[in-house]
Ligand binder design. Sequence first.
Ligand SMILES: *Cc1c(COP(=O)(O)O)cnc(C)c1O
Length: 415
Amino acid sequence: MHLDYLKKQDPDIFKSIQEEKKRQMEGIELIPSENLVSQAVLEAMGSVPTNKYSEGYPGKRYYGGNEVIDDIEELAIKRCRKLFNAQHVNVQPLSGSPANMAVYFAVLELGDTAMGMKLTEGGHLTHGHKVNFSGKLYRFVQYGVDRETEMIDYDAILQQAKKENPKLILSGYTAYPRKINFKEFRKICDEVGAFCMADIAHIAGLCAAGVHENPVPYFDAVTTTTHKTLRGPRGAVIMCREEFAEKIDKAVFPGLQGGPHDQTTAAKAVAFGEALKPEFKNYAKQIVKNSKALAEAMMGEGQRIVSNGTDNHLMLVDTWMNGKGITGKQAEHALEKAGIYCNKNTIPFDTRSPWDPSGIRIGTPVITTRGMKEKDMKEVASFIVKAMKNHGNENALKKIRKNVTVFCKNFPFYK
Ligand SMILES: *Cc1c(COP(=O)(O)O)cnc(C)c1O
């Protein structure tokens, strides 16, 4: 990374960025919402379109001098449409949360009923949690997973939808380790006359690569962040059917946002270009292979994995095991000291609080980007379990951290 000017002008921030890079390279990053972007995406993010104001859309801007920005935004749109087979794409949402907000603004009236998954069972804050704008402005009814299988029960959702009569039903999650049957959601929406929306923030890379079902062609609107499995810059896009295009564009601008972040739009275009390459399909496949191998290895080490496995890039580990193990918070802290990064997470029907829940969420997008394969997952699982077993033992955790750093040297990424 060339940060020569920064180094000279602002040694404090330069030093912090170097330290953060070192942390990322020396540790095992298992947070499933993170990834490592390419050098090309990084360069686009740090480039001069950041200087421009371009409120509006290509060809209809409220500022002069946008010919080049129009080209960038049009190329980002074109590539994203191709990648997801989308009728209409808006590439301006600043992040996943504002993208969801824009769709709600476009199709719901304040106080309208909508349905989304509970936060504690895999949904996102913006899917109707009471502390979030979504739960405050709309009447979100929440669905969960089945107690036995810990998976989605489509029939239960249909029954709930018939009873609640929502104007919008949202699928797509933050902490759900299984495939989503989007066709079932389309059917449920048709049956109750609801707007059919998915938020594929986590699995977008898998959908784009054809490893998971891509709901975009037959859903009314699909939002996604661009920085998770899709491996682009921080940001989001909204994809929708042509008939909703005008309303959604208006909800993004002028409804919700001012000027788009044009350097991010450029970086989104670069990332979509990368995702259109054949190598990306292999990457997405490998994410899932690694995730399955990691789940197997964790279970082999005596850990309980929610729903007994995974179909995607993430899994939930039940670290608490009804009091026989350690809490999610203890596990997260122990792992952190060992140079392994994850987040504490509730498990379905958790009896503990979200501040100190019964599990952790781990995933494979970053370690797959670094080139790890199935055979490496055994080692990763063994580091995780060793750290959990030694929680509270500072010296043991320090020792594990040293071994983690040595292990990570085999998978270099940023120079
Ligand atoms: C990450 C995530 C978001 C939010 O994205 P931000 O960019 O953090 O606002 C929205 N929905 C889902 C399902 C997510 O996983």
